[in-house]
Design a protein around this ligand. Sequence first.
Ligand SMILES: Cc1cc2nc3c(=O)[nH]c(=O)nc-3n(C[C@H](O)[C@H](O)[C@H](O)COP(=O)(O)OP(=O)(O)OC[C@H]3O[C@@H](n4cnc5c(N)ncnc54)[C@H](O)[C@@H]3O)c2cc1C
Length: 422
Amino acid sequence: MTEADLIVCGAGPAGMAAALAAATRGQRVVLLDQAGRPGVKILISGGNRCNLTHDCAAAAIAKAFGRAGGRFLGHALRERGPRELRAWIESLGVATKVEPGGKVFPVSNRAVDVRDALERELERAGVRFHGGAAVTAIERVASDAAASGAAPFVVATARGRFAAPRVVLALGGRSYPKVGTKGDGYGFAAALGHTIVATTPALVPLVATSAWVRELSGVTLPDVVLSLPAADARREPPQRGALLFTHFGLSGPAPMNVGGAVARELAGGVSSVPLAIDFLPNEERAALDARFAAATSSGDARLVRTVVGGLLPRRVAEALCEQAAIAPTLPLRQLSAAARARLLDALFATKLALVGTRGFDFAEVTRGGVALEEVDPATLQSRVVPGLFLAGELLDLDGPIGGYNFTAAFATGALAGRSAAE
Ligand SMILES: Cc1cc2nc3c(=O)[nH]c(=O)nc-3n(C[C@H](O)[C@H](O)[C@H](O)COP(=O)(O)OP(=O)(O)OC[C@H]3O[C@@H](n4cnc5c(N)ncnc54)[C@H](O)[C@@H]3O)c2cc1C
């Protein structure tokens, strides 16, 4: 049995931040992961470039996690907000840059540089990392044993048993199980007495069976707005960004950002979820209507597909004409008022039935997890199990694409590690 002051389960951003926060405060820290090296998800993040954080104030990060999530994250973001996170990673030797839109990446565009810098820092701080140490059980030693001096937690792993008076649980969610994040942490948290809010995939591509969507496979649109007309618009605001048509449906930032809400609705038992697509967020519907009407009345001979093709890629323009039941080769002068209204509906509010998401296998994060009410946001200590601290994606927290999730993971990890060391 290896003894330590603190055992950190999971060497993702949350676990590494926790281990470092405690080790730099003089604690003997053991960091356990099923993978051979820390940071498996950092390596695959942001298209292997690692979108580390977002260039914004801490309050904007909190807001992106919704009302309950944002309130919960307040303390952690004061511990290490997006600006402190960026400065900290820079202090470890990784220069960073802000891309248009606010995403922060390493200047090198190499996620591995972030992982390697953190790994070096773990070594420098004296954290004892054990790779290949899949956690199989976390037990609390009975209180009489603890009173006699035995450490109250014993963590069993594929590489032996570890004991410590405090544990940080940072085993991540169940998204992308192929890298080893299969949701084990929920089982351990539940076995220790925590409530797990039902988990569904989030930041996940969307499945649609409509033939026109699949026929557009490979086409990317840089700027669309997606909304879920059936959802509460305050809780699920429209999402603006790029969209990629694929062989299964829709991918890219805007579709993935609505994925969590779609998965939740589908989990509720509906067979499909309606999605509305505004293909022209920079155009005013009334202004375009007036332009089309003027062209028709002036006898404009240009084809509808040519005019719409001036606004959108040709294949999309033709698909939307078909959605509006208008021949793409119709001259504008023959466009009736009713057809014009259908065309504008297609351009500004195409309805698409979503029948699924790509699930946890392709989700970037997990919605749901350890219930936030059971964790003290000021310390991240469990309100159920004294000595247990929880951080990262394991908690019922998920944010949008853009570096928000790493920011929350590093912030909660840093706070949990400091609290555990006090
Ligand atoms: C493809 C992809 C790209 C992403 N890109 C970005 C991005 O660019 N920016 C961003 O902000 N977010 C991104 N995310 C989300 C981000 O990776 C997570 O939000 C973040 O990693 C969560 O950190 P964590 O420390 O809580 O959990 P994780 O990073 O998941 O770490 C948990 C660790 O626990 C280990 N583990 C799990 N089970 C066990 C067990 N039983 N025993 C021992 N160890 C175990 C795992 O190996 C893992 O190392 C991406 C996610 C994916 C899947």
